[in-house]
Write a protein that binds this ligand. Structure first.
Ligand SMILES: [Zn+2]
Length: 93
């Protein structure tokens, strides 16, 4: 999926997200059920975490490229981001 990061000058990052990881209440092995996802971290093929380029006022906060699910949903990227997560629990499906 396309990297959702936007630079301070408004330019959209042209990188691809190659990996994602879900954060939230997990099962002890790091696996998170979909309904427990609180944040999703993304890694970009272009700039990794975009560390150093991220400002508090941007869509992204902190020094990692992390999003709340509703931020990704608002951009139509949630399902794709979840499919890239390597630690979504399959329990209960
Ligand atoms: Zn990027």
């Amino acid at each position: 999926m396309q990297c959702p990061y936007t630079y301070a000058n408004g330019r959209q990052c042209t990188g691809e997200v190659y990996r994602a990881r879900a954060y939230g209440k997990h099962d002890g092995c790091g696996r998170v059920e979909r309904q427990n996802i609180r944040k999703i971290r993304l890694w970009c093929s272009d700039r990794g975490d975009h560390v150093g380029a991220i400002r508090p006022s941007s869509l992204v906060y902190k020094e990692r490229m992390e999003f709340y699910p509703d931020q990704l949903e608002g951009r139509g990227l949630l399902a794709e981001a979840i499919s890239l997560c390597d630690n979504i629990s399959k329990a209960g499906r």
